[in-house]
Design a protein around this ligand. Structure first.
Ligand SMILES: Cc1cc2nc3c(=O)[nH]c(=O)nc-3n(C[C@H](O)[C@H](O)[C@H](O)COP(=O)(O)OP(=O)(O)OC[C@H]3O[C@@H](n4cnc5c(N)ncnc54)[C@H](O)[C@@H]3O)c2cc1C
Length: 282
């Protein structure tokens, strides 16, 4: 019996796994994504469901990060308007707060500038009459009510849309398939899948561990995981996806370091890889 060989096996069908599959399939790689439960069954259906630029990072002057996130937000708005919709936020500012109304307003103006051209309404100040009429809002010591826009989404549907688009680009996207073993080969990996009780062995040149909070357990399946990843798994460090930068949110296993560099370079710095290169809506 012949063993099927892939360029890339992705472990995990959350938003990161789906997005990597979409990107890699769009680049012509032979891709298989294995999800042990259902798509988006873990973190990717339990988020706050915001597509945001990271307003709070402005306080630390992370302008590049915020700009990049806002560009991705605009791209998602354009590519998937049925799944990503503008959401208006109201920010009441009280005179006992450490950040004054003018300081927060200045931050919102910077947020507007960094998101220029995306068509969302500019931030501003709610009129006193409107602020007074807002239901349930405590009026004592209220110095201003500011408004700005971010976007909201249905996170599980967005993940499914990206996974379906990855499939349309030729990726094998499979749910109810757990990866249960990984062994290093001379030029890649052998991966064992549990397909509803049946074992299936496949081979691949690269693996992306996109198992989110389960990433250390996946690392622990093999000695072939990257050194830093296995060290983290052994130390039983909790995986903090929310704190991890895009590069650390998924982990690439590559038997050859030079190739790993090439693949990492192709996927570098992308919150949702592929959005800027592939203009087709997910
Ligand atoms: C409370 C909260 C609020 C958040 N709010 C936002 C927000 O508003 N906006 C935003 O952009 N981000 C938000 N985030 C962050 C965002 O939700 C996560 O970064 C993202 O969902 C992580 O996706 P993932 O694909 O890495 O992981 P997951 O969605 O957890 O996917 C990992 C998948 O791997 C699968 N898996 C694990 N082991 C195996 C195996 N051995 N074989 C096969 N499959 C396996 C799991 O079943 C799971 O489906 C929030 C996060 C949290 C916790």
């Amino acid at each position: 019996m012949t063993t099927e060989t892939f360029d890339l096996v992705i472990i995990g069908g959350g938003i990161h796994g789906a997005a990597v599959a979409r990107d890699a399939a769009g680049r012509g790689l032979k891709v298989l994504l294995a999800e042990k439960g259902d798509y988006a069954c873990a973190t990717s259906s339990n988020s706050s469901k915001l597509i945001h630029g990271g307003l709070r990072y402005l306080e630390h002057l992370e302008l590049k990060l915020v700009r990049e996130s806002l560009v991705e937000r605009a791209e998602l708005l354009r590519a998937a308007p049925h799944l990503v919709t503008p959401l208006k936020f109201l920010l009441p500012i009280y005179d006992w707060q450490t950040r004054s109304a003018w300081l927060v307003h200045a931050g919102l103006t910077l947020y507007d500038l960094l998101s220029m051209g995306d068509g969302l309404p500019a931030s501003g100040r709610v009129s006193s009459a409107e602020a007074e009429s807002l239901p349930y809002l405590r009026q004592d010591h209220l110095s201003a009510v500011l408004h700005y826009h971010d976007c909201q989404t249905d996170d599980a549907r967005l993940t499914l849309a990206v996974a379906l688009d990855a499939r349309a680009r030729g990726a094998d996207i499979l749910n109810r398939r757990a990866v249960i073993a990984i062994a290093a080969l001379e030029n890649g990996y052998a991966v064992e899948l549990d397909e509803r009780g049946q074992k299936r062995r496949i081979e691949t040149r690269f693996i992306v561990n996109a198992a989110g909070p389960y990433a250390p357990q996946v690392d622990a399946l093999t000695e072939a995981a990257p050194e830093s990843a296995t060290a983290a798994a052994r130390a039983r460090q909790p995986y903090r996806a929310a704190d991890a930068g895009p590069a650390r949110t998924v982990r690439l296993y590559a038997a050859r370091r030079r190739r790993a560099h090439r693949v990492r370079h192709a996927m570098a710095g992308r919150a949702l890889p592929g959005h800027r290169h592939h203009r087709r809506p997910p």
